[in-house]
Write a protein that binds this ligand. Structure first.
Ligand code: MIC
Ligand code: SF4
Length: 641
C-alpha cells in the first residue's frame, strides 16, 4: 500500500510505536527552533538536563516576540539567550533579524526533515515539505538533548486542492475557508496534508501561510509536497543542495478527504473573536475600520508586502485609518528598501515597525477603545491585541491594504487590475545576524540578569487531591485567557513567581490570589481547553499556584502535553453533564491511587455529596511523569540524578 507524505516522514523518523492513529509514537527530531518568549524557559530546562551540547542536526534560537524594551527585562533575556546559545551549540538569530517562522522558512527548513519548535506556528515550515510541529519548551529541550518527541499518531486529513486562485484571492482565503469548514477544533489529532493540481499554483510563501494557520485548526501540523516550486524557492535562497522531492504515492490512503476548488474562493475575513468565524468580505457589509496592521508569521513575506506596496503606490491611506506594517524578516525588509517598495509604503502613510511579532502578540499598536482593526495575523482572540473591547478581523494582505485606503472593510477585487508579483529568482542573502555557536564553549559565560529566575520545581503527585474548583470556564478557552501576553506581562516570561500573578487575569483578576490562599485547587473547563499558543507558562504558572488538575470536556493538544509535563492532571468528563453539576467554589476530592488503571478516576464533590467519573487517557509513560510531578522530575528519576 502506498504512503502519504506524513507516513513517509514519520516512518523514517520513528523511534517507538506503530503508525496507527491514536497510538503513542515517538520520533527523532532533526531540527529545533525556539523564540524568546518560550525560549528562556526551554534553555533553563535544557541546562538542567546537564547535556553539554545540543544533539540535533540544527537548533536555532530566535528573538522576535519581546523586542519592545520598556525596561531591562527583555534585554536581559536576549543576552541570556545569546550566551546560552553560543555555549550549547545553538544558532542565534538576533532581534531585528525577523520572525522565527519566516526566517526558518527562508534559511533553514529542509523538506523531509522533522522540526520541533516551542511555538505553535512552527508548522509554517510545512510549506516546504517539512514535518514541523509546535510543542512546549520542555519537549523542545528534551529534543535538543537528543531525546525523542512523543505524540499520538495523528489521523491524516487530505485537503485536495483543484483549480487556481482568482485575481485578488489569496492563500489566506484558502486557510480561512478550511477554518470555516473544520472550525478551531476540527484539526485536533490530525495532520493536514495538501495535494492535488491546485498545489502547483501556489508558491512556497503561499503554502506557508496555509500551513501556518493550520495551527488555528488545532492540527498537529500541516504539510505540502516538496516539488519543483519548492526547488525554485530553495534555489532563490541558495539552498538547492538541501532540496529533496517528496510527494504522496499515487495509491496513498488518508483518514478523510476534503476538496477545495481554489477557483471558487472569494476574499474572506475571520470576524471577532475566533479565527473560524469566517465570512465573505462582500457579505460582512460596510464596516468602518480604524486600524490596519500588516505583518506576522502568517503574511509578511516578500510577495505579500510587494503586493501591498503595489496597492499603496501613489495613493494615501484613509484619514481615519492608522496603518502599521511589520515585515517578516530582515531579508524581506531590506529587499523592499532596496527596490523602492518601502518608499511607496511610507509615502502612503504607513507606520513601519521592526521585523518582529509586535502587534500580533500585543507588543504595541493596541487599537483605540472599541476600534475595528483589520490584521493579516492568525489569531483574533478577545483582548490579545491589548485592547479588551477591540474587534479584530483577520484578512489577506490584499484586503488589508485595500481597507487601509478606503477606511471600510474592502474586498480587494474593488481595486481593479490585479498586481502580479512573482517569487524572485534570487533573494537577498545575508546571514550576518545569525550568530553561529562558539567553537570553544568554555570561553562563554552565560549571562543571567535579575529577570531570570530559577525554574520552580513541583512535588510528587499526592494520593489524594483535595481543593476548590477555583474557576469554571466555557468552551475554547485559549492560552491567552489562561496566561495573557502583551507588553506588560511578556517581559515576565523568565520569572514564574511574577508572571503567575496574571494567570486568568482577564477573566478573574482575583484568581492568582485566591489560588495561593487556598493552597491550589482545580480548574473546570469546556471543550478545546487551552487552544492557541504553545506557551508552557499556561501550565507552569498554574502549577506554581498549586493547580493539581484541570477537569475539562476536551483539551487542545499542545496545552494538554504541557499540563502533563508540569505534573498537572488533564482529566475529561466521562459524562459531560457532570460539568454542569460543578459550581465554582465546590470542594472536590480525587483519589489518584487508581491512576494506572483503565477504569478512570472518581471525583467526589464534597460540597454536593455526589461523585462522578473522569478519564485521563494518559499513556503509561505519562502516568509516571504525572506521578513524579512532571517531566523534569521524571527524567531526573530515570537517570538517577
Ligand atoms: C502566539 O502566537 O501566541 C505565540 C506568542 O507565538 C505563542 C508562543 C508564546 O506564547 O510565546 C505560540 O503561538 O506558541
Ligand atoms: Fe509571533 Fe504572532 Fe506568529 Fe505567534 S502568531 S509567532 S506572536 S507573529
Amino acid at each position: 500500500m502506498g504512503q502519504n507524505i506524513t507516513e513517509k516522514i514519520i516512518g523514517s523518523h520513528l523511534l517507538s510505536g506503530e503508525m496507527t492513529s491514536g497510538k503513542e509514537i515517538s520520533i527523532r527530531i532533526d531540527q529545533t527552533l525556539t523564540q524568546d518568549a518560550t525560549g528562556t524557559m526551554a534553555y533553563l530546562q535544557f541546562e538542567a538536563m546537564g547535556v553539554p551540547r545540543v544533539k540535533t542536526r540544527l537548533s536555532v534560537s530566535y528573538v522576535d516576540h519581546n523586542t519592545l524594551q520598556t525596561g531591562f527585562e527583555n534585554a536581559d533575556d536576549h543576552l541570556f539567550l545569546q550566551t546560552i546559545a553560543a555555549k550549547y551549540g545553538i544558532y542565534f538569530s538576533k532581534p531585528g533579524n525577523g520572525i522565527c517562522h519566516q526566517v526558518h522558512l527562508e534559511r533553514f527548513g529542509i523538506p523531509g526533515m522533522t522540526l520541533l519548535g516551542s511555538d505553535s506556528h512552527t508548522p509554517t515550515a510545512g510549506g516546504l515539505g517539512m514535518l514541523a510541529i509546535g510543542a512546549g519548551g520542555l519537549d523542545v529541550a528534551v529534543a535538543m538533548g537528543g531525546g525523542p518527541f512523543y505524540l499520538n499518531m495523528p489521523k491524516v486529513t487530505n485537503v485536495k486542492l483543484t483549480g487556481k486562485l482568482n485575481p485578488w484571492v489569496s492563500a489566506k482565503d484558502v486557510i480561512l475557508e478550511l477554518l470555516r469548514i473544520m472550525s478551531v477544533k476540527g484539526g485536533v489529532g490530525r495532520i493536514i496534508e495538501y495535494s492535488g493540481e491546485g498545489v502547483k499554483t501556489l508558491s512556497v510563501p503561499e503554502r506557508a501561510t496555509i500551513t501556518n494557520m493550520g495551527a488555528e485548526l488545532g492540527a498537529t501540523t500541516s504539510i505540502f509536497p516538496s516539488d519543483e516550486i519548492t526547488l525554485g524557492f530553495m534555489k532563490a535562497q541558495k539552498r538547492e543542495k538541501d532540496w529533496v522531492e517528496l510527494c504522496a504515492d499515487p495509491d496513498a490512503v488518508y483518514n478523510e478527504v476534503i476538496e477545495i476548488n481554489l477557483s471558487d474562493l472569494e476574499p474572506m475575513a475571520a470576524q471577532p473573536h475566533s479565527p473560524d468565524n469566517v465570512a465573505k468580505i462582500r457579505e460582512i457589509g460596510p464596516l468602518p475600520v480604524q486600524q490596519v496592521v500588516i505583518g506576522s508569521c502568517t503574511n509578511s513575506s516578500y510577495t505579500d508586502l510587494m503586493r501591498v506596496a503595489g496597492i499603496l503606490k501613489g495613493k494615501k491611506i484613509h484619514p481615519s485609518v492608522s496603518l502599521s506594517i511589520a515585515p517578516g524578516s530582515r531579508q524581506v525588509f531590506e529587499m523592499l528598501a532596496r527596490n523602492g517598495a518601502l518608499a511607496d509604503i511610507i509615502s502612503a502613510g504607513a507606520r513601519i515597525l521592526e521585523t518582529a511579532c509586535g502587534p500580533c502578540i500585543g507588543m504595541g499598536q493596541s487599537p483605540s477603545s472599541g476600534a475595528v482593526t483589520v490584521r493579516t495575523f492568525n489569531r483574533n482572540f478577545e483582548g490579545r491585541s491589548g485592547t479588551a473591547d477591540a474587534k479584530v478581523y483577520l484578512a489577506s494582505p490584499e484586503a488589508a491594504a485595500a481597507t487601509a485606503l478606503k477606511g471600510v472593510l474592502t474586498d480587494p477585487r474593488e481595486l481593479g487590475e490585479f498586481i502580479e508579483i512573482k517569487t524572485p529568482d534570487e533573494f537577498l542573502i545575508d546571514d550576518s545576524m545569525i550568530l553561529p555557536p562558539a567553537e570553544d564553549p568554555s570561553t562563554i559565560e552565560v549571562l543571567r540578569g535579575p529577570n531570570i529566575k530559577p525554574l520552580p520545581v513541583n512535588k510528587k503527585l499526592p494520593e489524594t487531591l483535595k481543593g476548590k474548583a477555583l474557576l469554571k470556564v466555557g468552551d475554547n478557552i485559549t492560552t491567552d485567557h489562561i496566561m495573557p501576553a502583551g507588553a506588560k506581562i511578556l517581559p515576565l516570561r523568565s520569572n514564574i513567581p511574577a508572571i503567575s500573578q496574571y494567570v486568568f487575569s482577564g477573566i478573574d483578576a482575583s484568581f492568582a490570589d485566591r489560588a495561593k490562599e487556598a493552597g491550589g485547587g482545580f480548574i473546570i473547563g469546556g471543550h478545546n481547553y487551552g487552544q492557541g499558543s504553545s506557551r508552557e507558562h499556561a501550565a507552569l504558572a498554574p502549577m506554581y499556584l498549586g493547580i493539581k488538575a484541570v477537569l475539562a470536556k476536551s483539551f487542545a493538544r499542545i496545552h494538554r502535553a504541557n499540563l502533563v509535563n508540569f505534573g498537572i492532571l488533564p482529566l475529561t468528563f466521562v459524562d459531560e453533564r457532570d460539568y454542569d453539576s460543578i459550581a465554582a467554589e465546590d470542594v472536590l476530592e480525587i483519589n489518584t491511587a487508581d491512576l494506572g488503571q483503565e477504569s478512570g478516576l472518581t471525583v467526589k464533590n464534597i460540597a454536593k455529596g455526589t461523585e462522578f467519573k473522569v478519564r485521563h487517557d494518559l499513556t503509561p509513560r505519562q502516568v509516571e511523569i504525572i506521578k513524579a510531578g512532571g517531566l523534569l522530575n521524571y527524567t531526573k528519576q530515570a537517570t538517577g540524578d
